[in-house]
Ligand binder design. Structure first.
Ligand code: SAH
Ligand code: SF4
Length: 352
């Protein structure tokens, strides 16, 4: 397993200029490349008509192919598309593009595999293969933006609006590369894609110090905390990292992030039949979140190979929602987009 060659998207604006100059080209060509890549989603120098032929070959080394498409599966009449990508060292990762009435969202991977070992998650079962590079993360988003802009989703060509780090991996366990990728996604063109910070969501298992680092570095992206249980006894078993950072510490870190950024956060809660869906746990969760700037996103458990667990029955889910709402906690129930193509939360395993 080895990291890929250096790519334009690994570099900030001044590093791009330096790299271009190192290749014997005038610095302004870095802006041309950036406009093509971040503005037009073009990654082939041969198609860059504003770059002279003679310069294209040497500048091409800054745009090495990082993701090659192994296959695309679609569902929901084409509105959900899961791509399987092969990286330069043969590692496989997945991303999922989803069209909604009001937005186009891509769910991206931050690592190949994951080392956090949550027992209900397909990604967690194979362990961590490697971190993705900054550009490997960014290129999943650029590929999605290209696909949407070229009309590969139903209806008219669309603009990618949202990014969620809910694919493979724990984004905050790959912090430096994640942070650079967040800059590429949210910096205004031509430095980056110019997405709003609010429309980028980083989902974390609850790595407490890294949540604070996000705010330290000035990000105001949306944070989602994968809680799955309101009590440490159960969370220790569902989210093994809870033995290191407890429920109270994770929520305190999210509160602090909310206070520093002015952003509400979401609490992710997979509804697992007879495991974490009891009415008393709904009340306990409601108590915990009542006075916080949080809303709950319930995720019906998606089946994964080798797990005996099921999603909670709908009446149980409705009662859970009712009790949270009775505590004044806003709740949404996540749709199960992409379930039949194993493209839903926790189903990404990149088995080839
Ligand atoms: N590692 C990060 C982000 C990737 S997982 C995290 O855990 O937050 C994205 C979301 O999918 C998390 O909330 C995760 O708990 C949830 N998830 C994992 N497996 C799932 C499954 N089988 N069914 C439903 N949600 C699942
Ligand atoms: Fe990793 Fe998130 Fe899956 Fe846990 S739920 S194993 S942190 S990807």
């Amino acid at each position: 397993m080895s990291m890929p060659p250096r790519h334009l998207a690994d570099l900030d604006v001044s590093q791009r200029r330096a790299a271009v100059v190192e290749l014997g080209q005038p610095g302004y060509r870095a802006d041309q490349l950036s406009r093509q890549y971040f503005g037009r989603f073009e990654n082939d120098v041969a198609a860059m008509s504003d770059v002279p032929h003679a310069a294209r070959e040497s500048l091409g080394v800054l745009l090495p192919p990082l993701l090659s498409e192994v296959r695309v599966l679609s569902a929901d009449d084409g509105a959900t598309r899961k791509s399987l990508w092969r990286l330069s060292d043969g590692t496989l990762v997945e991303s999922v593009l989803m069209q909604y009435p009001d937005r186009v969202t891509v769910c991206v991977s931050s690592q190949a595999g994951c080392g956090m070992g949550c027992p209900f998650c397909a990604t967690g079962q194979g362990g961590l293969r490697r971190n993705l590079s900054t550009a490997e993360i960014v290129d999943q988003v650029v590929a999605a933006a290209r696909s949407a802009s070229r009309g590969e989703l139903p209806g008219r060509p669309a603009r990618l609006s949202n990014v969620v780090f809910m694919g493979m991996g724990e984004p905050l366990a790959n912090f430096a590369r994640l942070a650079a990728a967040l800059h590429r996604l949210t910096d205004p063109a031509p430095a980056g894609l110019g997405l709003s910070q609010r429309s980028v969501t980083v989902s974390t298992v609850g790595l407490v110090p890294a949540i604070a680092r996000l705010a330290d570095e000035g990000f105001k992206v949306t944070v989602a905390v994968s809680l799955h249980a309101p009590d440490d006894a159960l969370r220790d078993t569902l989210v093994p990292v809870n033995t290191r950072w407890k429920v109270a510490e994770v929520l305190a870190a999210a509160d602090e992030y909310a206070a520093r950024t002015g952003r509400r956060y979401s609490v992710e809660y997979a509804m697992i039949r007879d495991i974490n869906d009891q009415p008393w746990r709904a009340d306990l969760l409601g108590e915990l979140l009542r006075a916080r700037l949080a809303h709950v996103n319930l995720i019906p458990l998606n089946p994964t190979p080798g797990s005996q667990w099921d999603a909670s029955p709908k009446p149980v889910e409705r009662e859970f929602v009712r009790r949270l709402e009775a505590h004044g906690v806003p709740v949404t129930v996540r749709d199960t987009r992409g379930r039949e193509i194993d493209g839903a939360c926790g189903q990404l395993a990149a088995s080839g």
